[in-house]
Design a protein around this ligand. Structure first.
Ligand code: FES
Ligand code: FES
Length: 141
């Protein structure tokens, strides 16, 4: 199995079996859409003491956007806000094809690195991350 095939399997697994699908009651809600296609995500975050206690999402979108949302919620759960923003920065660098900090365990997120080769799809992959950044930044105010 080559890496591309493996990565594709991870992406499809998150698309078909999304982690953290749903809506958290009484929590921070962020709606975001991809203006290019109109696909949308609603992200709900439960933040306490600067920690992401829980994260859930729902939405309609392509396999890249939905699998990225699933991976993102998985990656930030239980993390500090600082760490969540750091992961977002790394992801954004990955999408731009830039170097990123390899010391941090990215888990399934790494499977999306191939998206960087397809500029039209980068907005799909970053949709959920943009929503998370917006939520975290608003919660700081
Ligand atoms: Fe998502 Fe084109 S905008 S594939
Ligand atoms: Fe719309 Fe990917 S095609 S988010």
């Amino acid at each position: 199995v080559n890496l591309d095939t493996l990565y594709r399997q991870v992406i499809m697994d998150h698309y078909k079996n999304p982690r953290n699908k749903g809506i958290l009651d009484d929590s921070l809600t962020i709606d975001m859409n991809n203006p290019t296609c109109g696909d949308r995500i609603r992200l709900t975050l439960d933040i306490e003491d600067d920690i992401v206690k829980d994260a859930k999402f729902e939405g309609e979108g392509c396999s890249i956007s939905m699998s990225s949302a699933s991976m993102m919620t998985q990656a930030i759960k239980g993390k500090s806000l600082e760490k969540a923003l750091k992961l977002s920065e790394i992801f954004s660098n990955m999408m731009l094809g830039k170097e990123y900090d390899e010391d941090i365990d990215l888990g399934d997120i790494e499977s999306l690195q191939g998206v960087a080769k397809f500029p039209a799809r980068i907005k799909c992959a970053t949709l959920a991350w943009k929503a998370m950044e917006k939520g975290v930044n608003n919660s700081n105010e």
